[in-house]
Design a binder for this molecule. Structure first.
Ligand code: 4NP
Length: 164
């Protein structure tokens, strides 16, 4: 399929080394499992540029590997041009949302920014995907639980078509 016809999904967190590269990797696998890969382009980015070029945090790579994922993207910083390039931009928490919202130029760009946790149907009380960077293994596992839940629901919603 031609690139311009693909729906473009971007996952954004603060550093692009823990949550968003995991969301990118899980979403790619979910789409593959559901036979939907050809219809989508999936990427991730960080609001900050501290870790540009790095692989995901070793703790996230280890927790992901235990579930069969290989998180191997390289960190990059969010660019305001991403608002134009991507159809949907999924953030992890309200800080991410506020920081991105400040960079938008219009309502159309703002409407692309969604909270990923809002799609975590099996975790209805969760309000954010907490930053595990200063946490331990269980915090990374919890982030992955939410990400797996949300990306599966998201893929099903996208398969049905229409607006998210
Ligand atoms: P992430 O986690 O936003 O899930 O990638 C973080 C990683 C690094 C930093 C903050 C959050 N940091 O301050 O370096």
């Amino acid at each position: 399929m031609e690139d311009r016809k693909r729906t473009k999904l971007l996952f954004v967190c603060l550093g692009n080394i823990c949550r968003s590269p995991a969301a990118e990797g899980v979403m790619k696998q979910v789409l593959l499992n559901k036979g939907m890969s050809d219809l989508f382009e999936v990427d991730s980015a960080g609001i900050g540029g501290w870790h540009v070029g790095e692989l995901p945090d070793s703790r996230m790579r280890k927790c992901g590997a235990a579930r069969g994922y290989n998180f191997n993207s390289r960190a990059r910083q969010f660019d305001t041009d991403d608002f134009r390039k991507f159809d949907y931009i999924f953030v992890m928490d309200n800080d991410n949302k506020n920081m991105l919202s400040q960079k938008t130029n219009n309502e159309r760009e703002l409407a692309k920014v969604k909270m990923l946790v809002d799609y975590a149907a099996s975790h209805p009380k969760a309000k954010l995907i907490p930053d595990p960077y200063y946490g331990d293994e269980k915090d990374f596992d919890y982030a992955l639980d939410l990400i797996e839940d949300a990306t599966n629901t998201l893929a099903d919603r996208l398969a049905k078509g229409g607006e998210l």
